[in-house]
Design a protein around this ligand. Structure first.
Ligand SMILES: [Zn+2]
Length: 487
């Protein structure tokens, strides 16, 4: 980046769809992909006289997320009407929270960048709100269509402080946030289906300055990489303005993923005069101390705590711990293998090397993966005990996935178990000794470099079944007419 005299300052607003089956103020279904306008009723259509009733499950999920993000969960919060006109908002207002939000003052800690620096980004607030409907502009040639299935779907908005200093840091913050939400099971946090949406506030300032520059807001970013690219593009644009002595205008920008460019939104979409006031149809949201304590007590182990615990208990490196906690199901799987097998490092090598390779290659989830942690631990046990070579173990692993049979059963049937029985090993060694008498004599006379050649010949003679470590020992004892004799 050419504008090294400037520093990027970013705050993110993340909208997350809560994983409830019903909408936030009515009993309509939240199923994704239902026929247009089929999941609607007078409440979410905004018909006169319909009254909203708050969904307790949505409150529980929102409170759970707020606590996990380190926020203070307030005993009293207020729903407010946020007024704006849009075709997909028939009521003319969205029910949100304004000056008395559900929760405030939290933060997320994560490592970022190639230097793996430790970062903390403060969270200003977490509030609840309903989603709006959806305008569809590409279905009909001369008309736009409105689908109100999404109207009234429960959301939380997570607003960060402007603590982020680069596009890479924004991506790492979002990755950790998404992971926390997945561990909590409060949302599927799926960006493609719109259950996690990101808006960014960004400004540029001289590195020497402590004062913030004028910010713009970027919308319409549909992936983490879009967030990264949009932030870089907008930062470039702002820096160029500042270098020419021009001013940054506070406005909303849209990211165009197809053209990879940033452009100003129409001014209509910029109005921020929402005329908030408390919704007269909804009482204040009151949470008792006991309810808040129960939510806190039910929090699961969060990704950062789990990484730390896996590192300590199974002596893992930071990088391995990070890979293995990238989803809750993967961490559960790894932990079950490591516990059953006993050697956490060997388990990590297999899960990262073999299991993840299969999942990625076949594009399947752990739920669809046929080898149970116990079955994998049995296979690792055979490798540890020297019964299976690593290559043979990979072959057995492949058969386990196909047949669902146990490792020992397969290894035995396919003749892959390594032979450690000295009598059988000596037979093979003797055969090599006869057929390669010249080499054998030179080795026995002390030509140590022939050891590897002879081990290889014995392995070949045994069609790979001999335990190479034991063959090595038996051969070595023949040097200089040793105790093993000449066969
Ligand atoms: Zn409804």
């Amino acid at each position: 980046m050419s504008h090294s005299t400037y520093e990027m300052v970013v705050g993110l607003e993340v909208h997350v769809q809560l994983a409830t089956r019903r909408k936030i103020f009515c009993n309509c279904s939240t199923d994704f992909g239902a026929p247009p306008n089929s999941s609607t009723c007078p409440v979410c259509l905004g018909l006169p006289g319909a009254l909203p009733v708050l969904n307790a499950h949505a409150v529980a999920l929102a409170g759970r997320a707020a606590l996990a993000l380190g926020c203070t969960l307030h005993p009293r919060s207020v729903f407010a009407r946020k007024h704006y006109f849009y075709p997909d908002l028939p009521k003319g207002y969205q029910i949100s929270q304004f000056d008395q939000p559900l929760a405030t003052a939290g933060g997320i800690e994560f490592v970022s960048g190639a230097e793996r620096a430790f970062r903390r980004v403060a969270i200003t607030r977490v509030h609840m709100e309903e989603d709006a409907g959806k305008s569809i502009h590409d279905r009909f040639p001369r008309a736009s269509a409105i689908d109100l299935n999404r109207a009234g779907v429960p959301l939380i908005e997570i607003v960060s402080e402007p603590d982020i200093r680069s596009s890479g840091e924004a991506r790492d913050y979002l990755r950790e946030l998404k992971l926390i939400l997945e561990y909590l099971e409060v949302s599927d946090a799926n960006m493609e289906e719109g259950s996690l949406r990101v808006d960014a506030n960004i400004s540029a300032r001289p590195r020497s300055s402590a004062k913030f520059g004028t910010k713009t807001e970027i919308k319409n970013m549909n992936s983490f990489s879009a967030v990264e690219r949009a932030l870089d593009a907008e930062f470039e644009r702002q820096c160029s303005l500042l270098e020419r002595g021009e001013r940054v205008v506070q406005q909303t920008m849209l990211w165009d993923a197809v053209r990879s460019e940033i452009r100003p939104a129409r001014s209509k979409e910029e109005s921020h005069d929402y005329r908030y006031f408390p919704d007269p149809d909804l009482p204040a949201l009151v949470l008792s101390a006991a309810e808040i304590a129960a939510l806190r007590a039910a929090l699961p182990e969060l990704p950062s705590a789990r990484r730390e615990r896996l590192r300590t208990v199974f002596a893992l490196g930071a990088q391995d711990a990070e890979v293995l906690t990238a989803s809750r199901s993967l961490a559960d799987y790894y932990e079950a293998v490591a516990t059953a097998h006993g050697d956490g490092k060997a388990a990590a090598t297999w899960v990262i090397g073999e299991v993840l390779a299969v999942l990625n290659h076949e594009r399947i989830s752990l739920g669809e993966f046929s080898v149970t942690p116990q079955a994998l631990a049995e296979l690792l046990g055979l490798v540890r005990d020297g019964r299976l070579s690593r290559n043979a173990a990979k072959q057995v692993f492949g058969s386990m996935r196909a047949s669902g049979e146990g490792a020992s059963t397969i290894a035995e049937r396919e003749g892959l178990l390594q032979v450690r029985d000295d009598a059988a090993l000596r037979d093979w060694i003797d055969a090599v000794w006869r057929e390669h008498a010249a080499e054998a004599r030179r080795f026995a006379a002390g030509e140590q470099k022939l050891l590897g050649v002879l081990v290889g010949l014995v392995m070949k003679e045994s069609r790979g079944r001999a335990d190479p470590k034991r063959v090595n020992q038996l051969l070595s004892s023949r040097v200089g007419g040793g105790a093993e004799g000449g066969g």
